[in-house]
Design a protein around this ligand. Structure first.
Ligand SMILES: [Zn+2]
Length: 474
């Protein structure tokens, strides 16, 4: 970290504000992409700056700067003070210092190989291995492999003595093969999100997964269209992840329930009175918020208000217990929440975000789930998603479908889709797998101005009974 005089800047702000905070953030993102055996993109970006915050007359206000000199930080505090004074008469709630935690501590994501020590040639070698392995047929018209490496440092200081220091090394990988013939094309992908450190870069794994997705893309090209009708549905973890994200995570965000996001990300069908009462799903549905779970896409030690990471149950035995709301949203709504006050960058104020929102593992094996289905389908890997502003009605498409007849897999189908309504859908949850493997996405969007943030989801395979399934255009 650069030598920046954070404490003098805070002392400057303290002369006029009863409380002030300062969050320094530095993020290096490297993106590498190989397409059809040729390097397609080698990019690096650096984002570095400070968010200054003050509390005046019960109102929090912010100003950000990339000028890290003491004079630059003082100018940002002057701006934060002026904006906060001007807007405090219109505040939605009178806050206190209790919405910022007084804490000291450090966090480092788990990794044996730090990303700054990773030879970039090794990463390109892995991507080329995947691309080469996908070249198994002339009908494979696109072979792409990419890796995004993110190194983030966040330090938070306040006038009440808080100092947290956190470092993250995060990797996001995707490998995609597209097969085409005539007007028909099918893509199959492998992705690894939320891996920490450089351990994942093994050329043999990339070659193996490249070969598999190319073979499955060809298989899909020759497969019949997915049938339509009500049937049992098994969702694999790389689709369950999105099901949890869109139909559990977003509707439970307290700022959405309070209406803050109605102009952009939307509202929620969940009402404040539903907490402690609403049956959200079957008794097998146990959802936890857990930024303290190691090695996931959104693991951390403290949120951006200093609140220490703690695992909390959001839904227990199918009953809604707790929302995804920071100390500010908890104070406003009177509802229980979590440590999820997060910002996407140095120049964004924190808002309520998901971190790791996990479906807790159950007791079923995948084989047992398949054996229990008379007429159904197993779907893998999200391809498309659509869900309404209230996070109620949804329709998702997957890359890969496998019919199930009389307890056995019975052939691949292409363009599989399903639709449902959130609470009705989760009430159909009839078996939960044993895995607690965590998937994630770096692209959860919310807020005005826009914030794109990383989220993680432990996602076991799951069986839902009697779901509306349909095919696509043939
Ligand atoms: Zn999202």
């Amino acid at each position: 970290m650069k030598k920046v005089d954070f404490l003098s800047a805070l002392a400057y702000a303290r002369r006029e504000a009863p409380w002030a905070g300062l969050r320094y953030s530095r993020e290096i993102t490297q993106s590498r992409c190989v397409r059809n055996d040729a390097p397609d993109k080698n990019a690096i970006s650096l984002e570095e700056g400070v968010m200054c915050e003050v509390l005046i007359d019960g109102h929090f206000g912010y100003a950000a700067t990339a000028d890290l000199s003491l004079a630059g930080l003082q100018r940002a505090f002057d701006q934060a003070l002026a904006t906060t004074r001007a807007t405090s008469a219109h505040k939605v709630h009178a806050f206190t210092e209790a919405q910022r935690i007084n804490v000291q501590g450090a966090y480092e994501s788990t990794a044996k190989t730090r990303l700054h020590a990773m030879p970039l040639a090794r990463i390109t070698e892995c991507l080329l291995e995947a691309s080469g392995a996908m070249a198994i047929d002339a009908k494979i018209v696109n072979r792409a492999a990419s890796a995004m490496l993110v190194q983030t440092q966040i330090d938070y200081f306040t006038t009440s003595g808080t100092h947290t220091s956190q470092h993250f090394d995060i990797v996001d990988i995707s490998v995609v093969a597209t097969a085409a013939q005539g007007l028909q094309s099918q893509s199959r992908s492998w992705s690894l999100s939320g891996q920490h450190g450089g351990e994942v870069f093994d050329p043999t794994v990339f070659a193996k997964e490249g070969l598999r997705v190319a073979a499955e893309a060809l298989e899909l090209l020759a497969a019949p269209n997915c049938p339509s009708g009500r049937m049992d549905l098994i969702l694999m973890p790389d689709q369950m992840m999105l099901q949890i994200h869109e139909s559990v995570g977003h509707p439970l965000e307290l700022d959405r329930i309070l209406g803050d996001e109605r102009n952009y990300a939307g509202w929620s069908f969940v009402q404040p009175a539903d907490f402690g009462r609403l049956r959200y799903g079957s008794a097998l549905m146990n959802i936890s918020f857990d930024p303290a779970k190691a090695n996931a896409m959104a693991s951390y030690g403290f949120d951006d208000g200093g609140n220490p990471a703690r695992r909390e149950r959001l839904i227990e035995g199918g009953i809604l217990k707790r929302g995804l709301g920071s100390l500010e949203s908890q104070e406003r709504s009177g509802l229980p929440g979590v440590a999820n006050f997060r910002s996407a960058s140095w120049n964004r104020a924190p808002i309520d975000r998901m971190a790791n929102v996990n479906l807790e593992p159950g007791s079923s094996t995948l084989d047992e789930m398949i054996a229990s289905v008379e007429d159904g389908i197993l779907m893998s890997s999200n391809r498309s998603w659509s869900i309404d502003d209230y996070r109620n009605k949804f329709q998702f498409g997957c890359e890969h479908g496998q019919l199930i007849k009389n307890g056995q897999l019975a052939g691949v189908v292409r363009n599989p889709n399903y639709r449902g309504v959130t609470v009705d859908f989760w009430s159909r949850l009839s078996a939960v797998g044993q895995s607690d493997a965590t998937y994630g996405t770096p692209n959860c969007g919310k807020g005005e101005p826009s914030q794109v943030i990383r989220v993680g989801h432990a996602s076991p395979p799951c069986l839902f009974r009697g779901v509306e399934v349909f095919g696509g255009q043939s």
